[in-house]
Design a protein around this ligand. Sequence first.
Ligand code: IMP
Length: 423
Amino acid sequence: MTPKVIVVVGAQWGDEGKGKVVNKIAEEADLVIRDGGGGNAGHTIFVKDRKVVQHLLPCGIVYKDKINMVGPRVVCDLEVLEKELALAKEFGSEVWLDERAPIVLPIHKAIDAGRETSGGASKIGTTGRGIGPCYEDWVARRGLRLGDLRSRQKMTGALEARGFYAERRAVASHHDMTSVPIEAVLDWAEMYAKSVVPHLADTLELVHDALDRESTVAFELAQGVMLDVQHGTWPFVTSSSCGAGAVHNTFGIKHIHRAIGVSKAYVTRVGSGPFPTEIPGLDGDWLRDRGDEFGATTGRPRRCGWLDLPALKYACRVGLITELVITKLDVLTGRPSIPVCKTYVPRNGTLRATSTLTRELLESVEPSYVEMEGWNQDLRHCRQFADLPHQARHFLSVIERTVGLPITGVSVGPGRDDMIWVD
Ligand code: IMP
């Protein structure tokens, strides 16, 4: 046995169905680690007939024999964490939380909400979970981290350092948001300390020890490369890194053996920002209803569009993706034809294949579609590629050829086992 590092990455604008893929990968992993994002993410998996929605802990918690971790780059919502630790206990799985992970404070949520309310046309459409303000404090080298929950003294020191909390209250009041004084924040955080502190650890040490023992380690990233703070459609992005490169950096891991990019057979996006293949009107409603495209975290209706291959190819390149899993192929069943965007036509100037897909660039292109033949057969019982109708196989082969990566999995229904896997 040699150690193996597998990373699951969103290859679109989030909500690609990564949970289902991580859940499968977790079967062969010894460790499952959530890296990046926070309570803005929402993974839904079905265990037998039970629907399990998680926001912070990795999908491996539904397996008794797996070690699950939350890495140092995950911004932690204590209320969510407490609920999910209880869930992990129910499933009997082991959980470790990195001491260095930042805590999302109530004031972060207040500032997030205040900015969105006063944002007008420039609002980001955030999930309102305080993610941006919490990451701001992290890069500003201040704020509360999970390790501070060990004592009230540590927490007080962190909140008072360089006038941190007082300054944040001024920002909240600038946005007409109320905030509580330091003593109330300390009482609030202390309520969760009892459940969190026994799980604190140095997750890097645990990961490197596991790799030295030749274990298989799976990383679950959040959101998708097109929402990456650096590579995505800034400013309409989340506030963290979403590509596989983040794992190299956060965990000091040199070699990733498999970076699995997850993409739907079409595209969805929540929040504001450019979306070249967005479908207005009835076709968009059809996709939303058939795909049940409502946010797992906020319940917001997702914007829906046709598969965007230039964006997928870009996300695979900058997100260091080495193979693809296509989800929700079954949602497209019943359409006589399926538009797929193969190229962008620039409204002015020229466009290079290696151009960075910025907000400005995506707002200046027209998608150029090819019409692919649809299929009517129910895909739910397909378990190998050969079981798929030839039109669906052709649809997948166009993705493989255009993006230049192999498809190693296809989801054909909502159930955990409604999947085709290629070894
Ligand atoms: P934030 O991460 O809550 O700050 O939101 C920033 C942008 O990322 C908004 O457009 C959100 O809708 C989007 N976003 C954040 N998390 C997710 C996710 O898990 N799925 C899809 N979109 C997300």
